[in-house]
Design a protein around this ligand. Structure first.
Ligand code: AMP
Ligand code: GLY
Length: 418
């Protein structure tokens, strides 16, 4: 098969790496890709959000299958557009991807189907939002309804901070129309875990649980980022909790979406908080998480293409999906200054050496005059396995040692922060 993967980050590198191992995949393409992906797939110069351009390219080049990995093209309906052009695609349709694209929608769905989540109200009127914040008190959480690059959530310790956040989103349009509607919700406490699951519209098959590290600095300090590292599986997610999540959250969500006429085919991301009252949903995403994907797919012992096909065909329940009985750690090496201002174009050294002991997934990299250079905030995800979580973490840090680029920044406490 000729397969195209849409996207350009570490997640897409991990998906390409796994698909490359499939005997079903004869030719692999990635749009737009990065310097690491270019070593295993042909990179195509079409932007991930260019729906028309992607369909045109996929058609002209006779793709047999397209994997849409990032949130934006899913929310724009790229899967629907590809299918309308006769090209099978992996990922939810637009009407199911809305569980990530609209927090108001997903909260409403959870309320209707009694899926545990934080108590909330939705507002389109700033004065009413401010009055509600005043009435509820702090701590309280203010969220822009739409996609905001992971930055549209403010966990406010004080009432004034929450009010400022609501004003910035609703009146100052800090996130454009994404903030015209805001969700204001109860502040939950407890460790956070991610559970990614394959879904075929009806059945759901979970992957090993994982844990992201969203803050930029050690001890979960500093600004929110796209993710500074991930481990799998996190020790807090016990088999008892997993069972409870399956019964109270995963199955009810897949059934609810089907019931609503929005069957979910693809990877569904359950962002969970293990609160003193039990596991609750923090957020849904309509795709693999990044960097969780890099850690979790490293544990998959089988053919990812078979799973993608089953998600489309609706026979996921019949598939034997195996996972290595090991742990994984993905350590993100970022540009100094990320997620705020940072420079690009610095040469990266030590990649070959590091690659001997781990898989180095590229995120923000480019090729310049025969040299791999930095080209984004998150640059690399050094991913290693171990027989214990501790070993996986040690292996990832040890493997990353030879890598160097100017102003390189990484957290020293991946796997030890919670
Ligand atoms: P989200 O984009 O919805 O995942 O939110 C980003 C982060 O904000 C989450 O990973 C949590 O750490 C935090 N957060 C979101 N909602 C809540 C909540 N209701 N209570 C406590 N923390 C939250
Ligand atoms: N790692 C968080 C996300 O992908 O949304």
């Amino acid at each position: 098969m000729k397969v195209l993967v849409v996207g350009s980050g570490g997640r897409e590198h991990a998906i390409c790496w796994k698909l490359k191992q499939s005997p079903k995949v004869d030719e692999l393409f990635c749009a737009p890709g990065n310097a690491g992906i270019a070593q295993i797939a042909q990179c195509v110069d079409v932007k991930a959000t260019d729906v028309d351009g992607m369909v045109k390219w996929a058609k002209e080049n006779a793709m047999d299958f397209v994997v849409v990995a990032p949130d934006d093209p899913l929310a724009l309906g790229m899967v629907d557009a590809l299918e309308a052009a006769g090209i099978p695609a992996f990922g939810p349709h637009k009407n199911a991807a809305v569980i990530e694209a609209s927090k108001a929608f997903s909260k409403e769905l959870m309320k209707k189907y009694h899926i545990p989540t934080a108590k909330y109200e939705t507002f389109t009127d700033l004065d009413k939002a401010l009055a509600y914040i005043e009435e509820q008190g702090a701590p309280i959480v203010v969220k822009a309804d739409g996609l905001a690059l992971g930055k549209g959530v403010v966990v406010a310790a004080a009432v004034d901070e929450a009010k400022t956040a609501a004003r910035e989103m609703m009146a100052d349009k800090k996130f454009g129309t994404s903030g015209s509607t805001v969700v204001i919700e109860e502040c939950m406490t407890g460790p956070e875990v991610t559970v990614l699951a394959f879904a075929d519209g009806e059945h759901v098959r979970t992957m090993p649980a994982s844990q992201d590290h969203k803050r930029a600095y050690d001890g979960n300090q500093g600004p929110n980022t796209g993710g500074m590292g991930a481990i799998s599986p996190p020790p807090q997610y016990t088999p008892e909790i997993a069972q409870r999540c399956m019964e109270e959250i995963f199955l009810p969500t897949i059934r609810a979406l089907k019931e609503e006429g929005r069957p979910f085919h693809g990877v569904i991301y359950f962002g969970l908080m293990l609160t003193p009252d039990g596991p609750k949903v923090v957020e849904y995403n309509a795709r693999f998480g990044d960097p969780e994907c890099q850690a979790v797919l490293s544990l998959l012992d089988g053919d990812l293409m078979d799973i993608f096909l089953a998600c489309r065909e609706g026979n996921l329940d019949k598939l034997d999906i195996r996972w290595r009985d090991q742990a994984a750690c993905c350590l993100v090496l970022a540009s100094g200054g990320y997620p705020l201002d940072y420079k690009k174009g610095y040469p990266i050294f030590g990649l070959e050496e590091a690659g001997k002991n781990a898989v180095v997934f590229h995120a923000g990299t480019a090729e310049k005059d025969g040299q791999t250079v930095t080209n984004g905030g998150r640059v690399l995800g050094v991913t290693a396995l171990g027989n214990t979580l501790e070993q996986a973490i040690d292996n990832a840090y040890a493997a990353a040692k030879p890598i160097f680029f100017q102003d390189m920044h990484f957290r020293k406490d991946i796997g030890h922060a919670f």
